[in-house]
Design a protein around this ligand. Structure first.
Ligand code: ZN
Length: 86
């Protein structure tokens, strides 16, 4: 078993940036100062280093999910007829 000198547990700590911050970091939309802070944190935090690619994967999925599916035409006609009945 390999001994690690790191004392950070493999979980979110109080020092960890929020997921939203990590996402902003990934899309380069943080200020230069914040980017440096996140970079420094990623070097010492295995959890956030592991979370970053996961967030990226999730973000792509969320982008794809942005388009709401069309309501089927027959269902729409039914809904409209029920709603206009009053
Ligand atoms: Zn962290």
């Amino acid at each position: 078993m390999k001994t690690s000198t790191r004392t950070f547990p493999f979980r979110k700590t109080a020092a960890c940036p929020a997921s939203a911050t990590l996402l902003s970091f990934r899309s380069d939309s943080l200020s230069a100062e914040a980017t440096t802070l996140v970079k420094d944190h990623l070097e010492i935090c295995d959890f956030c280093s592991a979370e970053l690619p996961l967030l990226a994967h999730h973000a792509v999925g969320a982008e794809r999910g942005l388009k709401t599916p069309e309501i089927p035409l027959d269902l729409r006609i039914l809904a409209e007829s029920i709603l206009s009945r009053r």
